[in-house]
Design a protein around this ligand. Structure first.
Ligand code: CP
Length: 310
């Protein structure tokens, strides 16, 4: 197995090779054992300074990156746009260049604009990690999702994964499709026709508007949140009707003649895309996903830190 990534930045899954993903998983396997030990820290990044720059709200991703950085002994700087000089009109590049002038090696960024991380990677010397850019990609979410499927089902290759919900506004959907396909899974998207982009079949995914048919087909259902904050018009009549047609509840799950894995990237809107009894059931691996996020992000940061020397 190779020992270095083929990329300097993690902007999107589209830039990673299958070998890159396998290397990240093998490295995350090691870090997962580390974080389950009584002493959870390793000195791997003790000479590295990482800035977490979040221009959009986050709970899981921000905390998970910060924990991963601290477990690797990096120096950590947290920057929240809402309390910064961005509010006084400073540009993205000026803001980041000022942070880098303080000798920062890596930048983890979440931004509401698709392409913001690529723009940054093209314009600064530090290593850039995308923590979600608009409706474009959320690469570490896709890696931790695929890693969690591998952990629970033994392998991703040959598995059937249905991604259900607001595909149109989801960066998680695109990154998951690309990652799962690279690993040899079959992918289906399901949801209201208004929330499934017309180009999606060009990515080689199946499209199924009937939730029950999608559930009967799949081994894994990844339930996505309706991203109301990104919707400028109404795509369905009401959340109640959405939930009646596309919400996953215990009755639907129990009517299947098989057990499927239930995933959700969070944050969950309980009672809309998923009911509490499903989210908290023994088929749900939602908290495994959160746990694995730390190991995956440790692996990504550790492997990309080697690129700061190049
Ligand atoms: N899954 C995810 O990106 O969650 P946060 O928005 O809380 O980071």
């Amino acid at each position: 197995m190779k020992t270095a990534l083929s990329v300097k930045h993690l902007v999107g899954i589209k830039d990673l090779t299958l070998s890159d993903i396998e290397l990240i998983f093998a490295t995350a396997d090691n870090f997962k054992s580390v974080i389950n030990r009584p002493i959870k820290k390793v000195p791997s990044l003790r000479d590295v300074t990482i800035a977490n720059i979040f221009f959009e709200n986050s709970t899981r991703t921000r905390i998970s990156f910060e924990l991963a950085e601290r477990r690797l002994s990096a120096d950590v700087l947290n920057f929240s746009a809402s309390a910064s000089s961005v509010k006084k009109g400073e540009t993205l590049i000026d803001t980041v260049k000022n942070i880098l002038a303080m000798k920062v090696d890596m930048v983890v960024m979440r931004h509401s604009s698709a392409g913001a991380c690529k723009f940054l990677a093209d314009n600064i010397d530090a290593v850039v990690v995308n923590a979600g850019d608009g409706t474009h990609e959320h690469p570490t979410q896709a890696l931790l999702d695929a890693f969690s499927i591998r952990e629970n089902l033994g392998n991703v290759k040959g598995k059937k994964v249905a991604i259900v919900g607001d595909i149109m506004h989801s960066r998680v959907a695109l990154s998951n499709i690309l990652c799962l396909q690279k690993l040899g899974a079959e992918v289906m998207v399901s949801g209201p026709p208004t929330l499934i982009p017309k180009y999606i079949s060009a990515l080689g995914v199946k499209v199924e508007y009937d939730l029950m048919k999608a559930l009967q087909w799949c081994d894994v259902a990844n339930m996505l949140r309706i991203q109301l904050e990104r919707q400028d018009i109404k795509y369905f009549p009401s959340t109640r009707e959405y939930s009646m047609q596309y919400g996953l509840n215990k009755q639907r799950l129990d009517s299947l003649k098989k057990k499927i894995l239930i995933m959700h990237p969070g944050p969950i809107n309980r009672g809309v895309e998923i009911t509490s009894d499903v989210a908290d059931s023994d088929q749900s691996i939602i908290l495994d996903q959160v746990e694995n996020g730390v190991a995956i992000r440790m692996a990504v940061l550790y492997l990309l830190a080697a690129k700061t020397q190049e």
